[in-house]
Design a protein around this ligand. Structure first.
Ligand SMILES: Nc1ncnc2c1ncn2[C@@H]1O[C@H](COP(=O)(O)OP(=O)(O)O)[C@@H](O)[C@H]1O
Ligand SMILES: [Mg+2]
Length: 411
């Protein structure tokens, strides 16, 4: 953390102006070379670090600055507001919820004597604002997934006791995750963090989401930028939210001899990507009946497992696809060696025989897109597509060659 002196003195007020104080987490630049004596709106002509990136709509002045290899987002807010949002983003991080990473906050004073605050976050790499998803041809299939991603994000926040207060498409960033989308919260200005949310609070958050989405999509349609999306989009997100919420929070009753049902329930939640932290079993008062409640801790079940096995940090669905391959190899090795092969042996085999050689072949594409894991998953998808067409497993090597041959500039 650093405390910086002001950069000038205002004649009118005899008070320093510019940067009054800045606090930055270690591992990031100190940002002291930025033109803090100006409001953010005046930086474009005097700051060579500014970069233009795809972004959503915003109420406040938001700028992006480059400190290679990283990009940071700076948001100018009224005095004291950046500090609050910074704390909320930290809390999200502590609760392992998907959101942009808070990096620092600053207090500034304009030459006119007005105090402002600035929030700095790390630019979320490989993220897409929703407008890109609606504009770009070929991304239509993602629109449906966008609804799932927003619903999934709201469920995760609510399970963790986090009230968003301004869920909108502009306040969400999307990352590709093995053909699906993963949503991240980007704007926590109106949020509140509690131990648990009441049904009324969840309802209120959903109402805000519906209203915001209706407004945003109407604007897109008015600009003829997107497909004719109806006002029902918000309702569809709510319905998906309700289904997922019900699935996760559902309580079941069982008898002590039905312990297999506990495993079934855990497996069903894991398949949705949720890690189960605890299974609570409480006597119902009825003879031999127990009430089962599962407590999920995050939606990174496959991610954690892949990371433990291989050290790779992937999206949860990407991880799920790769784990499927590792399990396939385990079965194959077990057959060949006439004995059970542990999963970490299969994982090692997968890394050396499949993953690393594939990435070497994909290197030109990886250099162009920077998204190695997503490319690898696309090759897997291509393998399924070819195998289905040809009614047999075509193998990864063949899929890779075909994939690379189809993408211009990749070979
Ligand atoms: N850390 C970040 N990474 C990527 N994009 C960001 C980041 N912070 C902000 N943005 C972009 O800037 C836009 C505005 O940021 P936001 O925090 O929502 O500002 P406001 O409070 O003014 O609405 C977002 O829609 C998003 O596209
Ligand atoms: Mg916003």
């Amino acid at each position: 953390m650093s405390e910086a002196a002001g950069q000038g003195t205002s004649d009118a007020k005899e008070e320093p102006y510019g940067l009054i104080a800045s606090y930055t987490r270690p591992g990031h630049p100190d940002f002291l070379d930025l033109p803090w004596h100006l409001p953010l709106a005046g930086w474009s002509s005097s700051c060579p670090r500014i970069v233009q990136v795809e972004r959503g709509l915003s109420r406040h002045e938001v700028l992006f600055v480059s400190y290679p290899p990283a990009i940071y987002a700076l948001k100018e807010l009224p005095s004291g507001v950046a500090e609050r949002e910074y704390d909320l983003l930290l809390e999200l991080e502590k609760r392992h919820l998907p959101a942009v990473t808070p990096v620092g906050r600053a207090r500034t004073r304009t030459m006119a004597g007005e105090e402002l605050s600035v929030l700095t976050t790390r630019f979320l790499d490989s993220s897409l604002p929703y407008r890109t998803l609606f504009h770009a041809p070929g991304l239509a299939s993602y629109r449906e997934r966008l609804l799932d991603a927003v619903a999934g994000l709201l469920v995760r926040l609510h399970l963790a006791g986090f009230y968003w207060g301004d869920c909108s498409l502009s306040n969400t960033l999307f990352r590709r995750d093995a053909g699906e989308l993963r949503a991240y919260l980007v704007d926590a200005e109106t949020s509140a963090c509690k131990d648990a949310l009441t049904d009324a609070e969840r309802h209120q958050d959903l109402l805000i989401m519906e209203e915001n989405l209706a407004g945003e999509l109407a604007t897109l349609v008015a600009q003829a930028a997107g497909p004719p999306v109806g006002a029902e989009t918000g309702r569809q997100v709510r319905e998906r939210y309700a289904r997922l919420w019900e699935e996760i929070t559902r309580e079941e009753t069982l008898s002590p001899v039905e312990s297999y049902r506990i495993h079934e329930r855990i497996r069903a939640l894991n398949a949705l990507g949720f890690s189960v932290g605890e299974v609570e079993l409480v006597a119902t008062g009825e003879r031999n009946r127990l009430r089962m409640r599962t407590i999920v801790t995050d939606r990174d079940y496959h991610r954690h497992q892949l990371h433990t096995l291989t050290g790779i940090v992937a999206g949860d669905r990407q991880a799920q696809r790769m784990l499927d391959e590792i399990h396939e190899i385990k079965a194959m090795l077990t057959r060949e060696q006439h004995g059970d092969v542990p999963l970490n042996v299969a994982a090692y085999h997968w890394m050396r025989e499949r993953y690393e050689p594939a990435l070497r072949k994909l290197a030109p594409l990886v250099a162009a897109t920077g998204d190695a894991l997503e490319l690898y998953c696309q090759v897997l998808e291509h393998k399924w597509y070819l195998s289905e067409r040809e009614h047999h497993d075509v193998g990864l090597g063949r899929a890779l060659e075909d994939y690379v041959a189809r993408v211009p500039g990749a070979a």
